[in-house]
Design a protein around this ligand. Structure first.
Ligand code: SF4
Length: 166
């Protein structure tokens, strides 16, 4: 685990299921044939194809970047707001990475199909919350065993569901 690095993907899963964080951190690949995994990949590819403004920075990919009134806005297009908390924390993580490189930006989560937009800003509180999440992900990653599976509403759409529940 020496090379372990917290990424936006870990932040995303942390907000859904901490056991999933451990499984990912330990290289346990989710079932690529799982229909949820295939659907997720398809949605990802479709939204990226639709938007040609994908930008890569420090290993993170942003969907849209624009400048409004001199303010840099980092946008992320999402299929639905079902995973709003994960999406918010992940975008905060990207904003913090940018900030650490001297780039100050605000975030916007865009849900075109729901005609919704959510502004995401790094504040003292959100920064503190994010730092706690990062520390906890590191703690989970070095645990010798994963936490017990705990059935939650996301299990049925999780690519690890067969692993956890069969
Ligand atoms: S199936 Fe449920 S418990 Fe298992 S990793 Fe997925 S969300 Fe977590």
């Amino acid at each position: 685990m020496e090379d372990f690095k917290v990424t936006g993907t870990f932040i995303w899963y942390y907000c859904i299921c901490k056991r999933e964080v451990w499984l990912l951190a330990h290289g346990m690949e989710a079932d690529q044939q799982d229909e949820n995994m295939q659907m997720g990949n398809a949605i990802h590819e479709t939204s990226y194809k639709r938007d040609s403004k994908e930008v890569e920075f420090a290993g993170s990919k942003f969907d849209v970047i624009s400048k409004e009134n001199g303010k840099l806005i980092v946008g992320e297009i999402k299929k639905s707001s079902k995973y709003l908390e994960s999406a918010k924390m992940q975008l905060l993580f990207y904003l913090m990475e940018l900030e650490e490189s001297g780039i100050y930006a605000e975030g916007e989560l865009l849900f075109p199909e729901e005609k919704k937009k959510e502004t995401v800003i790094l504040t003292e509180d959100t920064r503190k919350q994010l730092k706690q999440v990062i520390e906890d992900i590191k703690r989970i990653a070095v645990m010798p065993l994963p936490m017990m599976a705990n059935r939650i509403k996301y299990c049925k759409n999780c690519a690890y569901s067969e692993f956890c529940w069969s």
